[in-house]
Design a protein around this ligand. Structure first.
Ligand code: NAD
Ligand code: TYD
Length: 353
């Protein structure tokens, strides 16, 4: 795939997408990178301020659900590859509004697959459709075991069901039409530019403001956390090296019970904010559990390590500290994204929960 020249990255103004765009724009000046994003509540051009004037980068506002727009856009741009990250990504929002997840995650993905198939018309060899997905498609684990690339799909939330649907369509376009597809399924990401509806940035924001930190159920659910820049690095390697039709799991071998993670975060913030040890942890508040809450996710990323040589580059403690530092240094970003509609969302989800 080294010869690839023009790449459309969808969802490039979101959390993970902005890190992928930045990496590709900076590391591959010979590529033309087009960021296609609808700028929903989760998309934010402030995430890309540092690269917005790079000569190999451009932004186009558009909706992947809009079939006519997508077809015209592909015809005009003539991309060689797609890295598809645009999605509705938050489980709690999917419980309130599943249809929006079907539209963006399933219909939007199929629109892109069709546009790519029609543009490349059977000449798929040097083209690539890279679909970025989640480990949540595999469902939930008990106390033991890990998800491998062969684990059967068993999604439980409307979000994971919609991502599973999109993954199936991507594989179907490879098996049926020969489209050069690749899928990666990654565990929970954390890092800079993470929208504060997700656990880690929400907790940082609340602790900073001395507000209650909502922990669902007993806080015993387990997630496998990966630094977002390591995810972007994995996407880079897979994009360039993976065989057509292949799948890779990406994860940090880094499982944390939610409550232990929040306690670690509280202690880092006590230190950074000059509070007494234990002060921030007093903000922990147990709230009603999420419906259908998956107990445990854990990724076996050995295929990616053995075949393509990828491993996480930093420990969780290092990554979490970098992340806290970033949020404390970027107060304006945090204030901007938590004003306006965010307050309505927050009240809807958490008031009297
Ligand atoms: P995000 O919610 O932060 O960003 C999603 C981006 O997609 C936003 O910029 C938004 O404006 C854009 N978008 C949404 N609907 C669109 C539409 N109809 N047309 C065009 N753009 C649209 O999400 P994220 O956390 O960065 O996740 C990116 C991808 O990675 C998703 O596909 C998600 O399923 C997957 N993923 C996320 C995680 C995680 O921990 N966040 C883990 C594994 C996989
Ligand atoms: P989240 O960041 O929403 O990611 P996902 O649901 O995709 O794994 O949630 C991570 C974990 O934290 C999950 O087990 C749900 C839990 N959680 C809370 O306990 N409180 C919260 O306010 C949020 C947003 C999540």
């Amino acid at each position: 795939m080294q010869s690839t020249k023009k790449i459309i990255i969808t969802g490039g103004a979101g959390f993970i997408g902005s890190h992928v765009v930045r990496r590709f724009v900076k590391n591959y000046p010979q590529y033309t990178i087009i960021n296609l994003d609808k700028l929903t509540y989760a998309g934010n051009l402030a995430n890309l301020k540092d690269i917005e004037n790079e000569p190999n980068y451009s932004f186009v506002k558009g909706d992947i659900v809009d079939i006519q727009f997508i077809n015209t856009f592909f015809e005009e741009q003539q991309p060689d590859a797609i890295i598809h990250l645009a999605a509705e990504s938050h489980v709690d929002r999917s419980i309130s509004n599943p249809l929006e997840f079907v539209m963006t995650n399933v219909v939007g993905t199929v629109n892109l697959l069709n546009a790519a198939k029609n543009l490349w018309k059977g000449d798929f060899e040097n083209k690539r459709f890279y679909h970025v997905s989640t480990d949540e498609v595999y469902g939930t684990l008990g106390e033991d075991g890990m998800f491998t690339e062969n684990t059967a799909y068993d999604p439980h939330s409307p979000y994971s069901a919609s991502k599973a649907g999109s993954d199936h369509f991507v594989r179907a376009y490879h098996d049926t039409y020969g489209l050069n597809t690749v899928i990666s399924n990654c565990s929970n990401n954390y890092g800079s530019f993470h929208f504060p509806e997700k656990l880690i940035p929400l907790a940082i924001n609340n602790i900073k403001q001395n507000k209650p930190v909502p922990v669902y159920g007993k806080g015993e659910n387990i997630r496998d956390w990966l630094w977002v820049e390591d995810h972007a690095r994995a996407i880079d390697v897979i994009f360039h090296k993976a065989a057509a039709g292949s799948t890779y799991n990406i994860g940090g071998h880094n499982e944390w019970k939610n409550i232990d993670l929040i306690k670690l975060l509280s202690s880092i913030l006590d230190n950074k904010l000059g509070r007494d040890e234990g002060e921030s942890a007093k903000l922990i508040t147990y709230v009603t559990d999420r419906a259908g809450h998956d107990l445990r996710y854990a990724i076996d990323a050995s295929k990616l390590k053995n075949e393509l040589g990828w491993e996480p580059s930093i420990t969780f403690e290092q990554g979490l500290e970098k992340t806290v530092d970033w949020y404390l240094a970027n107060e304006k970003w945090l204030d901007d994204v938590t004003s306006g509609h965010y307050q309505d969302y927050y009240n809807e989800q958490y008031t009297n929960r």
